[in-house]
Design a protein around this ligand. Structure first.
Ligand code: KIV
Length: 285
């Protein structure tokens, strides 16, 4: 029986009941189908697509148009998961109006369930404006890849008392602004544990230890597809790169050795047409 669509209410019930939520990124239709079949509860169509799909060196070049196209494909592949569209760099920084317009595009074009944007205190007014437009928002603080230049690179945050205080203030500001979900990236477990208990909204983590209300991983990391680097918090559940490369090598070898295609891969002349076919060929002799 098909699963009932995962709603924001389900996510709140799971927090109340202490049931951990599983969350993965996804960028394409077939992978979304696989995640849906496996029963994943939440999907982020992350701007990490910039690095995982497009081969950019950061998420910064990703555009709204790219995010929308990938969200549409994922939504088609995962009709019952809670799908979140990730707002790319400069789709919300300029003004509240620009932020609301771009957040609305995700819902209109791709029927996402929520949008996510990076930043704490400084994005509070954007969050408030998007929430006032009736859209579910997930905050994202700690390591925020779009502003990794300001953070001095892709570095864990909140590892000193001073820095941890800033993360807590950001978390409180996000909840206060009306966000209904929060993602903590690359912060100590002691800090994420405190924030998860302190906030009434569901708090999820990527590289934030075991005590958050659920876990997010980047699909390309956990299946061993993204090759450039592997963050400390990643667990590889399989290695599709090995499977792909082995398949490609075997194909190349079989083509060279004339072992592919075999008879079973061929479309033969329809039975009864063989003689007419031979006669027809004579026209060209
Ligand atoms: O784009 C993304 O996948 C993200 C994660 C790094 C949290 O925002």
């Amino acid at each position: 029986m098909a699963r009932k669509k995962v709603s924001i209410h389900d996510l709140y019930s799971k927090k109340a009941e202490g049931e951990k939520v599983s969350w993965l990124t996804c960028y394409d239709y077939p992978t979304a189908q696989f995640q849906e079949a496996a029963g994943i509860e939440m999907i982020l169509v992350g701007d990490s697509m910039g690095m995982c799909v497009y081969g950019y060196s950061s998420t910064v070049p990703v555009t709204m148009d790219q995010c929308i196209v990938h969200c549409e494909a994922v939504r088609r592949g995962a009709p019952t998961a809670f799908v979140i569209g990730d707002m790319p760099f400069m789709s919300y920084q300029e003004s509240d109006q620009v932020a609301v317009a771009n957040a609305g595009r995700f819902l209109k074009a791709a029927s996402v369930d929520a949008i996510k944007l990076e930043g704490g205190l400084r994005t509070a007014s954007r969050i408030r404006a998007i929430v006032d437009a009736g859209i579910v928002v997930s905050g994202h603080i700690g390591l925020t890849p779009q502003s990794s230049g300001q953070l001095g690179g892709h570095k864990a945050q909140g590892r000193t008392a001073e820095s941890a205080e800033l993360v807590i203030r950001d978390a409180l500001a996000i909840q206060e602004a009306g966000a209904q979900l929060l993602l903590l990236e690359a912060v100590p477990p002691e800090l994420s544990s405190y924030i998860t208990k302190k906030l009434s909204i569901p708090v999820y983590g990527i590289g934030a230890g075991p005590d958050t209300d659920g876990q997010l991983l980047i699909v390309s990391d956990m299946v061993g597809q993204f090759q450039a680097f592997t963050p400390k918090f990643v667990k590889k559940y399989c290695n599709v790169a090995e499977v792909y490369i082995e398949a490609f090598k075997t194909y190349i070898r079989e083509v060279k050795e004339k072992r592919f295609p075999e008879d079973e891969h061929c479309y033969h002349i329809i039975k009864g047409q063989e003689e007419s076919f031979v006669e027809m060929l004579k026209k060209f002799q």
